[in-house]
Write a protein that binds this ligand. Structure first.
Ligand SMILES: Cc1ncc(COP(=O)(O)O)c(C=O)c1O
Length: 378
């Protein structure tokens, strides 16, 4: 049997990792500043993480949500404490798309309405409603197309106000990333997020903060939407939550009440997934990773801004992007092939940096030197 060929693949086979470094099958070392699409939050094969997962697996790896699972309660408590949303409720699932799918569905159940407001250049995942709310026609199959989703221009508060004036009472939810990731590292403005909060309150709609990529400490605050000083009704999470173990979730404001059979999952919240998520939070707390994300992120941005050829250096914490000059279109490829540094991209010309939250200045300096070499010698 062959693999279903849906991914463009680098000709590299990674066989081991430690912290922000990974090695291929020939023993060649790479610096990982991408974490496999923003997933690696505490570094590869962190010893505490490995120990916690191994010991959980030696006890029990899985049982379904038909029994009491105390480690879920432990996770909810820890997550409430570290995110500052202690009165929210946790529902666990397995991926970012699934988190958004559940959030949108829950908003519709809660309001009894159908309309979803999403934004230009958004990415919310590949399941049916999540992909319908994603502004990328190429990944929306005919069966996913629906008039229930309306796209407005990102960061356009006036457009949000105008839409709500006409249709506010039909809207179940507004969904937005706090920093667009796939869209090219674009920060939602404070005014935009405050406007969404206000119109949702005025019209009884649900504000969903897609924090799958920009959340979980990456921005230097637990949720990047926190920078605007507003609370969303539902935050969706995945990626860094399990440091590679597939775990996602939504946290839900107390104003939304649960009913049996509204949401459900076979795998979500299993013992091993909760152990992974708890290990990540424990390391984040112990090693002050939010603080490191902010400080090292600021240092990285400062260094990038001093390279005159790089345009539009932007981001928050360790979610950083910049435009690659037309003259050096191959910069990302060369960073990987010549300097052994993994970075991410966004179309058409953006390099995205999404490293582990515990990288240090040494890793930043390695990247900066490599970029300088590429931009000056080629
Ligand atoms: C903002 C955002 N939401 C949702 C998703 C979907 O997550 P997953 O691939 O885990 O389904 C992604 C993935 O890149 C994302 O960046």
């Amino acid at each position: 049997m062959q693999l279903f060929d849906v991914y463009p693949v680098n000709d590299i086979t990674i066989t081991s990792g430690k912290g922000s470094y990974i090695w291929d099958d020939a023993g060649v070392e790479y610096l990982d500043l991408y974490g496999g699409h923003a997933v690696i939050s505490i570094g590869h094969s962190h010893p505490y993480y490995v120990k916690r997962l191994t010991s959980q697996l030696n006890q029990i790896g899985f049982y379904s949500n038909s029994i009491k699972i105390p480690i879920q309660v432990e996770l909810a408590e820890k997550l409430g404490k570290l995110s500052g949303k202690e009165d929210y409720q946790l529902f666990l699932c397995n991926s970012g798309a699934e988190a958004n799918e559940n959030a949108l569905k829950l908003a519709s159940f809660h309001t009894g309405r159908k309309k979803i407001v999403a934004f230009s250049k958004s990415f919310h995942g590949r399941t049916s409603l999540a992909v319908a709310a994603t502004d990328s026609p190429a990944i929306v199959a005919p069966v996913n197309q629906t008039d229930n989703v309306v796209f407005l221009p990102f960061n356009d508060s006036a457009a949000v106000e105008a839409y709500f004036k006409e249709h506010g009472n039909e809207v179940a939810a507004v969904i937005t990333e706090g920093i667009q990731g796939v869209g090219g590292i674009i920060l939602a403005s404070e005014d935009f997020l405050k406007t969404i909060r206000r119109v949702c309150d005025e019209h009884g709609a649900i504000f969903i903060a897609d924090s799958v990529q920009c959340g979980y400490g990456r921005s230097g605050k637990f949720f990047s939407h926190d920078y605007a000083g507003v609370d969303a009704d539902i935050y969706t999470m995945a990626k860094g939550m399990g440091n590679g173990f597939p775990v996602g979730g939504i946290i839900i404001s107390p104003k939304i009440k649960a009913k049996h059979s509204m949401l459900g999952t076979t795998f979500g919240g299993n013992h091993l997934a909760c152990a992974a998520a708890l290990a990540v939070l424990e390391i984040m707390e112990e090693d002050k990773l939010l603080q490191n994300a902010e400080e090292t992120g600021n240092y990285l941005v400062e260094q990038l801004k001093q390279i005159p050829q790089l345009q539009n250096v932007r981001g928050r914490g360790l979610m950083i992007g910049f435009d690659v000059p037309e003259t050096h279109k191959d910069l990302r490829k060369n960073l990987l092939q010549k300097h052994r540094i993994f970075t991410g991209e966004a179309k058409p010309n953006v390099i995205r940096l999404l490293p582990a939250l515990n990288i240090g200045k040494k890793e930043v300096d390695t990247l900066i030197n490599a970029i300088k070499i590429e931009l000056t010698t080629n």
